[in-house]
Design a protein. Structure first.
Length: 221
């Protein structure tokens, strides 16, 4: 698993910043313009997410990304059905031009229902608050919504009860600001360092492990 993926922790926005899950991120540069290459990556991701979820005893969420083009492909569907288990979160890396196609959207809805029937959880990644996205949120009812810009939080909180995750948290100040906005969870470099000791060493980038050890020494001083 560690040959292909590293893991980024997700923590609670509350003061204890409790570690609640991991997102598997591919170590190599992804070829987004090559659907076959992305399909191969997405199949490997959902299979490895299920392995890790079982290793954690289903107590932590394990996130994996999937392109919509992969989500509706029979090979990904077969891989999902053969590996899905409780604790696995499938993050739809939405593409507006695809979600705007009624035929594709219908297939996505069918797959969302299938993932849930197999015990999985649905997340929408990189949400910016466009009308297409808001329609998708209304119809797909994702359990988790991830954003990179805190300015979208108020609008999302008014329209959904989904768990809201802010990404790209780089400092304690940003973590505190996100908490004040009422988000539920955080993800980013600051979380990487804080939760490094709770991630399998093989999935933790060496730089994160080093800075986490320095942080631990600073706190102990």
């Amino acid at each position: 698993m560690s040959e292909h993926f590293r893991a980024q922790p997700i923590v609670k926005a509350h003061s204890d910043h409790r570690f609640v899950g991991l997102e598997l991120l591919h170590r190599s540069t992804l070829q987004y313009q090559d659907p076959q290459a992305m399909l191969d990556v997405d199949i490997r991701a959902v299979e490895n997410a299920a392995i890790l979820a079982r290793e954690y005893g289903y107590q932590k969420r394990i996130h994996c990304n999937v392109e919509i083009s992969s989500l509706v492909h029979t090979k990904w569907i077969d891989a999902m059905a053969g590996s899905m288990c409780p604790g696995v979160v499938v993050e739809l890396v939405e593409r507006n031009h695809l979600l705007n196609d009624d035929r594709v959207l219908h297939k996505v809805h069918l797959m969302v229902d299938a993932i849930r029937k197999f015990g999985g959880i649905i997340a929408l990644d990189d949400v910016t608050g466009t009308p297409i996205e808001m329609d998708a949120i209304k119809t797909m009812r994702p359990e988790i919504i991830k954003v990179e810009r805190e300015g979208r939080i108020d609008r999302l909180k008014a329209h959904t009860k989904s768990t809201l995750v802010v990404e790209r948290i780089e400092s304690l100040i940003q973590a505190s600001q996100a908490k004040e906005l009422g988000v539920d969870e955080l993800q980013g470099y600051w979380c990487d360092v804080r939760a490094a000791s709770e991630i399998p060493a093989a999935l933790t980038p060496p730089g994160i492990a080093f800075f986490a050890s320095q942080e631990a020494l600073r706190r102990a001083a």
